[in-house]
Design a protein around this ligand. Structure first.
Ligand code: FAD
Length: 452
């Protein structure tokens, strides 16, 4: 059997590895548009900050390691069309067209950055950030120009990670966000704390401003104008306002699209076209709590979906359990995380949502370096069901662990009250006999009992 996988990142490599793991005789060819297979683009900000010095080390696996698993990597092969009748995929490699037959095809073309409507967005010195090439190009620009200042457009997680990284590298860093608070994936009360942390580390955060035009001055610097009279001059700008699914290739096969224009794939990662699977940022994603497809472009999701596509391509019957939108990011010395629904999402979904916000010591206060963590917990008043949690705290405060406890509970449909029953670990340097997760659950139960 011949499996062709399009893409060389999280979803594609996971699919290829899983197929070969289950069926060592299957032939797996990967068409990779660029020269970087299996690089952790999630690690890009840490190369900019200097915490990762060698960009090559951002590879999850080296090319040799991937090939050792029996995957055939065809670099600089950009797939341009799929003939689902003939079961072939055509790619352009070195200017030449090449057609490959497949028995099963897996599409893992990922996402591309959204280019917002900003006049002059194509100017030299204005970058988007998604690929290793983008990273190297920005890095070279900073070095060649000895850049000292940068504007980040967009206060989502990539914009925040880049602001953190570039400020720590010594650049005068401005971050502009159109919404009233940064990090719209958490409720505004926590978004404010995130913005304050950036500011504490020298990032000039401006919210409620929409960047409108970018012009190149005679010295090559960028003059930026935005709403509410915003203006500044910087050496470069990085635009990070979200991604959209890369579906052009899939559409040549007549594959149906779904939520957010992403490829409609079922929980077995099958598309509407026979023998064509898809996974990762290019597809819509089953949401475990909402029980419907959503668009959740994350590396964690891409890995799982790719694995399922690979398994099913060789005759398996794996089913995607669903996403909860679990996410965590470092913001200077703090960490912000969330899982499930935040308050406004829960209300929009028709839940009788009750949210509490509390702050707790991350561990026993008599043990050195105790810090406050800020926790928001959302549950359904009517059923008592846990709906989501958000947490901001110091990077030593085990924020990801605590978010993961909530994620595991959500995965299993737990009520808020059941969080108190969990047998969680405790020693004074790490937690309290009741972990903050459980103290928040009890606070939520009290608020519910009070009729809040
Ligand atoms: C800076 C940054 C930080 C991030 N941090 C996190 C994080 O901390 N946690 C997290 O969960 N997620 C994070 N993400 C998101 C995560 O990286 C993506 O969700 C994940 O990479 C998606 O994997 P994918 O394989 O679906 O797509 P992509 O990684 O987008 O890869 C698509 C692949 O397809 C190839 N390709 C596309 N079109 C074609 C074609 N026509 N022919 C051949 N090849 C093609 C591309 O070259 C690439 O290899 C981050 C993303 C960025 C940019």
């Amino acid at each position: 059997m011949e499996i062709v996988v399009v893409g060389g990142s999280d979803a594609a490599i996971s699919a290829g590895l899983r197929a070969r793991e289950l069926e060592p005789n299957v032939r797996v060819k990967l068409l990779v548009a660029d020269r970087y297979a299996n690089f952790s683009i999630c690690g890009i900000p840490y190369w900019f900050s200097g915490e990762v010095t060698d960009w090559q080390s951002l590879a999850h696996r080296t090319t040799a390691e991937i090939e050792k698993e029996g995957l055939e990597l065809l670099f600089e092969h950009r797939a341009t069309s799929i003939d689902a009748e003939r079961k072939t995929v055509t790619a352009i490699a070195n200017g030449e067209s090449r057609t490959l037959p497949y028995d099963k095809l897996v599409i893992g073309t990922g996402a591309t950055p959204i280019a917002p409507r900003i006049g002059g967005i194509d100017s030299p010195g204005v970058f988007v950030l998604h690929t290793m090439d983008d990273m190297l190009e920005i890095g070279k620009y900073i070095d060649d120009r000895s850049a000292r200042s940068v504007l980040i457009v967009g206060g989502g997680y990539i914009g925040i990670e880049m602001a953190d990284a570039l400020a720590s590298r010594g650049l005068d860093t401005l971050l502009v966000e159109a919404a009233p608070t940064v990090l719209q994936t958490v409720d505004p009360a926590l978004g404010i704390i995130v913005g304050e942390e950036l500011a504490r580390h020298g990032v000039h955060v401006t919210c409620n401003v929409r960047v409108q035009t970018i012009t190149v001055a005679s010295d090559g610097r960028l003059a930026i104008h935005g709403s509410a009279g915003f203006e500044t001059v910087v050496d470069l700008a990085v635009v990070a306002v979200g991604v959209k699914p890369a579906t052009e290739l899939a559409q040549t096969a007549g594959v149906m699209l779904g939520v957010s224009g992403a490829i409609a794939a079922n929980r077995r990662m099958e598309t509407s076209v026979a023998d064509v699977y898809a996974a990762g940022d290019c597809i819509e994603t089953w949401h475990r709590l909402l029980e419907r497809p959503t668009y959740v472009p994350l590396g964690t999701t891409a890995h799982k979906q790719g694995r399922i596509a690979g398994e099913n391509a060789v005759g398996g019957n794996a089913v995607y359990a669903g996403s909860l939108g679990s996410q965590v990011l470092k913001v200077c010395d703090q960490v912000a995380g969330r899982t499930g629904l935040r308050e406004s999402e829960a209300i929009a979904e028709g839940y009788d949502a009750l949210t509490i916000q509390e702050s707790y010591w991350d561990h026993k206060v008599y043990y050195p370096h105790a810090q406050r963590v800020h926790l928001r917990l959302t549950g359904d008043r009517r059923t008592g069901r846990l709906l989501g949690a958000q947490l901001v705290g110091h990077r030593d405060s085990q924020v990801p662990k605590r978010i993961d406890v909530f994620a595991a509970a959500l995965h299993h449909g737990a009520t808020v009250a059941q969080l108190s029953d969990l047998d969680l670990t405790y020693a004074p340097p790490f937690s309290s006999p009741w972990d903050p997760v459980q103290m928040a659950a009890q606070a939520w139960e009290r608020a519910r009992a009070r009729g809040e």
